[in-house]
Design a protein around this ligand. Structure first.
Ligand code: F6R
Length: 240
């Protein structure tokens, strides 16, 4: 694991954004794995600025998102479909057919998982961007998820629902299930870039980096990946 510690969230966003922009410049047909949540927002803003400056294009880039809540229509302000549209896709020249987000609408969610997994199997993700949950989850692979899991329907941990309540009006509104890539899918990426900011992440970062590789801390699986870079601000790195 290569660990880069920076001063604050701004520097974290610029550092992560630069790594992604460099890949897009050097390999215009690259495949990116993308995350949602608060942490990558600054990274996406940086990429939008580089695009607007005419320095990078996403015309040939393919993307695969990690996860999507079940029970929210794609048009819901907190769906990850909407998040990606608002924070990145509507601002850049990515082609609609090249962007992939698990579809958690409709009755047969197992078929949606299988369809997404089949798409992932045909692709090779060059760089997978990840955040980390305060309980050590990556994607929505919660503690206890077997490492060999591929795209699946997951039950959100209570801690995750509480952490994400800030995006909703009440805890009751936070979905209880989601479709997520599995840890096996995540580890198949050629490279992994995990970003974390703030003191609420210090404990899980310490467990991910220095603790045992255990399904109790899903992010610890990244210790087994040969090309993982972790960018932390000072608060998230405080317990290393
Ligand atoms: C989001 C995702 C999650 C988040 C994690 C951290 O697509 O897969 O693992 O990365 O919950 O979220 P934030 O950045 O909001 O702290």
């Amino acid at each position: 694991m290569k660990i880069i510690t920076v001063k604050n969230y701004n520097e974290l966003s610029t550092t992560a954004g630069r790594i992604i922009a460099d890949l897009v410049s050097s390999k215009p047909r690259c495949t990116l794995g993308l995350a949602t949540g608060s942490t990558p927002q600054g990274t996406y803003q940086y990429l939008v600025e580089r695009y607007r400056a005419g320095e990078i294009s996403f015309k040939e880039v393919q993307t695969f998102n990690l996860d999507e809540y079940c029970g929210l229509p794609r048009s819901h302000p907190e769906s990850y479909f909407r998040f990606m549209h608002d924070n990145l896709f509507s601002h850049i020249d990515i082609q609609p057919e090249n962007r992939h987000i698990p579809c958690a609408e409709g009755g047969d969610l197992q078929s949606q998982c299988d369809a997404y997994n089949a798409l992932l199997r045909q692709a090779t993700v060059d760089l997978q961007l990840l955040g980390i949950g305060s309980n050590g989850h990556i994607g929505f692979c919660e503690p206890g998820t077997p490492f060999e899991r591929e795209t699946f329907l997951t039950q959100l941990a209570e801690k995750t629902r509480q952490d994400n309540q800030r995006f909703f009006n009440s805890l009751e509104e936070v979905p209880t299930t989601a479709i997520t890539m599995g840890i096996k899918n995540i580890l198949e990426a050629r490279s992994i870039l995990l970003i974390a900011s703030g003191k609420a992440k210090a404990e899980c970062i310490s467990q991910m980096v220095n603790g045992p590789v255990t399904e109790a801390v899903p992010a610890s699986a990244l210790q087994r990946h040969p090309d993982t870079t972790i960018i932390l601000d000072e608060e998230a790195a405080a317990l290393l």
